[in-house]
Write a protein that binds this ligand. Structure first.
Ligand code: FAD
Length: 292
């Protein structure tokens, strides 16, 4: 099932992101966690891909398992920046062999040791290179890409970032998933600007439930997301108690999602971080809304 078809519906839909294990020993527990999430029957599930090798070898195994065991459509992430053309072509062939038709085409983060290096000889410099290649080699695939309501950290300004985003869409991407954000108004502003720039593909809003205080610093560092005062107060007050923080983080994410649905965003992707209990609680909080 192509995700672009699922995104056409007009009623609220929820999907989840999981990540593959870092080592072989972690495989079994991640497999069980992702299966528990798949049993919730989300609209689809995405499986991330480690930029510099690492966890990337298990992406397809996890995605294939979810799809075959539970019939949940899967989206396999693929990054390109630290890979050769040969490796990427091999991965694309493996995705096809696994019967997966949905690919999230990403550049990936530049490895620390290559920051500032001359990129002119690289096989892939930006996600747009991978999107164009996928579109040409696999016209039957559904291709997703990333977008950044608060600007990608390397971009000079939002105008330039949106111009580059339009290039990805023009190269053949079928939908966009946003980086996490904690203030919905940032997304609504962004949507206005990208629609004005002529980007009309469906947007999937990415929401990260922050369920422990340690996650906050990491999330902000990774995404550069703005933390509204309401969210900061919640972490200040409840961060000391893991149970209370988890409850408050789930409530905050639920509230964010309800506001998104109420404002016409039909597709929300939860960065569920391999936590079936968090995914299940959010879904339960939205049960009547999702039944609309
Ligand atoms: P690009 O679209 O290539 O953009 C990167 C930067 O380059 C931007 O600043 C853009 O404006 C600029 N740019 C783009 N094209 C050009 C051009 N032609 N000339 C000059 N500048 C240009 N990382 C992983 O390692 N694995 C994952 O599974 C993963 N999944 C993700 C899922 C989502 C929804 C999101 C939002 C991010 C994900 N990431 C993942 C992180 C992502 O790899 C990083 O944010 C990375 O730094 C940028 O990837 P991109 O595909 O957005 O890059």
């Amino acid at each position: 099932m192509k995700i672009s078809h699922l995104l056409q519906q007009h009623t609220p839909a929820l999907s989840f992101e999981v990540f593959p294990p870092k080592t072989e020993t972690g495989f079994e527990s991640v497999k069980v966690a992702t299966e528990e999430i798949a049993k919730l029957r989300p609209a689809f599930m995405s499986v991330t891909y480690g930029a510099g090798g690492g966890t990337s070898r298990y992406t397809l195994e996890i995605a294939k398992n979810i799809k075959e065991m539970y019939g949940v459509p899967t989206l396999a992430h693929l990054t390109c920046v630290s890979s050769t053309r040969e490796t990427v072509r091999e991965k694309i062939a493996q995705i096809r062999e696994a019967g997966i038709q949905n690919v999230m085409a990403l550049r990936g983060d530049i490895p620390k040791e290559l920051e500032g290096a001359d990129r002119s000889g690289w096989d892939y410099r930006y996600a747009v290179d991978l999107i164009a290649e996928l579109k040409a080699a696999c016209p039957d695939f559904c291709i997703g890409a990333a977008c950044y309501p608060e600007i990608h950290p390397e971009s000079e300004n939002q105008r330039e970032d949106i111009r580059r985003l339009k290039e990805k869409v023009d190269a053949g991407c079928d939908f966009l998933t946003t980086q996490m954000f904690f203030d919905n108004n940032l997304l609504y502003n962004f949507l206005y600007k990208i629609r004005e720039a002529g980007i009309t593909v469906p947007i999937v809003a990415g929401v990260m439930p922050i369920t422990n205080a340690n996650q906050v610093e990491r999330a902000v560092k990774l995404s550069g997301s703005f933390m509204p005062q309401r969210f900061k107060s919640l972490v200040d007050k409840f961060g000391v108690s893991p149970a209370a923080m988890k409850q408050a983080g789930i409530a905050y994410a639920t509230d964010q999602i309800i506001d998104l649905y109420a404002n016409g965003i039909t597709n929300v992707h939860v960065y569920s971080m391999n936590k079936p209990d968090v995914a299940a609680k959010i879904q339960a909080n939205l049960s009547d809304i999702l039944a609309l």
